[in-house]
Design a binder for this molecule. Structure first.
Ligand code: S3P
Length: 452
């Protein structure tokens, strides 16, 4: 089990150089997890290019191996998965340890739970705090037995799948692509039609990949912002080729770094522009950011663009709650941008942030307090009163095993008057292992304090 990790590795950043140059961030985390999972559930071979080799995805790959897939790494980012097909999973002898990975664990609960096998899921101290009832409730309706669970519906938990999984129609209680995806993945091993209704559209990578692998999926509008997604169960998924586009949630860090660091001019290549992922860019443009979308093209079924980002004077805006699904992972780094903006930025309806890798609302507020940024939490809204000069300094920001809290405050330190330190940079490995080297390539001063 990985509920503890090695000694904390504090990291600090300081202002200095303008950021200049051209970088490419790693592959998208959501699509990388799904590449392994769809590979497992297919007949034949899936070839993946550009896989994110972060800890979270490696855990999912390991889980897929344990359940019967043959997975090989041929070169950096180039992987092959030989699947066992829907219905063909092997019962694991040991528990599946997902480390820090919410997406991997929740999606795999839908996959393994819909097979007549017994599977135990566990993870690190962060994952052990995250709510799993939102996944277990629909799975139970599909006939899955929750053999055991930690208090409050958390991991470690054990699922036993039924002989035949029942198709359901289910309206998700939260705007969550993970809930939607767990149900659709379970629906793959069920006869008949499984429908997920979401009141607000969330990232659609599962739907797109289901089709890419040969399943029949219908998507129709539901209400003003929502969708109803229907999957025809028990298709034969066939192994195929996947090119993983780069992760807009990782690009967000160098992007905001360039916006707040005077003199910067950075090109971030090939960033995925799926409209259900670009809420941060929409918001930053409203704030007056200089971001140019260049050379738009199709890569692996998604639109990608090169983003030219220059240091900008930003102004505060109100970010409506309805935009949250399209930028759910970007609020910590938006709070950093807002700290340097003139005026007030109000981010509305952030309740889902409380159940991420950490309570991100609390963790962001605590980091802003250390940096001397004037802010408030009102209900589920975060309000940041920005200023073109931010003091920085303070005690090390507590990252609570959350990669995005670590990267956000390291970006902040590139433009504060005093350096910023985060208590532990180790979790950056879960989603963006090359974050520090890439930022240094652009000229950033970031120092790992655990190394002499
Ligand atoms: C993800 C969905 C989001 C997001 C996470 C990745 C996915 O979580 O925060 O980083 O790949 O489906 P929720 O579905 O809980 O909002």
């Amino acid at each position: 089990m990985s509920h503890a990790h090695g000694p904390a590795t504090p990291v600090s950043s300081r202002s200095g150089n303008a950021l200049k140059g051209r970088i490419r961030v790693p592959g998208d985390k959501s699509i990388s997890h799904r590449s392994m999972i769809f590979g497992l559930l297919s007949i034949g071979e899936t070839r993946v290019e550009g896989l994110l080799e972060g800890d979270d995805v490696l855990r999912t790959a390991e889980a897929c191996r344990t359940l019967g897939a043959t997975i090989t790494r041929e070169a950096p980012g180039r992987w092959r998965v030989k699947g066992v097909g829907i219905g063909g999973l092997a019962e694991p002898e040991n528990l599946l340890d997902f480390g820090n990975a919410g997406t991997g664990s929740r999606l795999m609960m839908g996959v393994a739970g819909s097979h007549p096998i017994t599977t135990t899921f566990d993870g690190d101290a962060s994952l052990r705090k995250r709510p799993m009832r939102r996944i277990l409730d629909p799975l139970v309706k599909m006939g899955v037995t929750v053999v055991s669970e930690a208090e409050g519906g958390r991991v470690p938990l054990t699922l036993r799948g039924p002989k035949e999984t029942l198709p359901i129609t289910y309206e998700t209680p939260a705007a969550s692509a993970q809930i939607k995806s767990a149900i659709l993945l379970a629906g793959l091993n069920s006869p008949g039609r499984t429908t997920v209704i979401e009141r607000e559209a969330t990232r659609d990578h599962t739907e797109r990949m289901l089709r890419h692998f040969g399943a029949t999926v219908e998507v129709v509008p539901h209400g003003p912002e929502g969708r109803a997604i229907t999957l025809q169960g028990q298709p034969e998924l066939r192994g195929t080729d996947i090119v993983v586009p780069t992760d807009p949630s990782s690009a967000a860090f160098p992007l905001v770094a360039a916006l707040i660091t005077p003199g910067s001019d950075v090109l971030i290549e090939g960033v995925m522009m799926n409209p259900l992922r670009t809420g941060l860019i929409t918001t930053l443009l409203e704030m007056g950011a200089s971001i140019e979308r260049l050379n738009e093209r199709d890569e692996g079924g998604e639109t990608v663009a090169d983003l030219r980002v220059r240091h900008s004077r930003l102004s505060g805006v109100t970010v409506p709650h309805g935009r949250a699904p399209a930028m759910i992972d970007e609020y910590p780094i938006l709070a950093v941008a807002a700290s340097f903006a003139e005026g007030t930025t109000r981010m509305q309806g952030l309740h889902e942030l409380r159940v991420k890798e950490s309570d991100r609302l609390a963790a962001v507020a605590a980091g802003l307090a250390e940096a001397g940024v004037d802010h408030e939490i009102q209900g589920d809204d975060l309000i940041v009163h920005g200023s073109s000069t931010v003091r920085g300094g303070g005690r090390p920001v507590a990252t609570h095993l959350d990669h995005r809290i670590a990267m956000s405050f390291l970006v902040m330190g590139l433009a504060t008057q005093e350096p910023m330190t985060v208590d532990d940079g180790a979790m950056i490995m879960t989603s963006f292992p090359s974050f520090i080297p890439l930022m240094r390539e652009l000229g950033a001063t970031i120092q790992d304090l655990s190394r002499p």
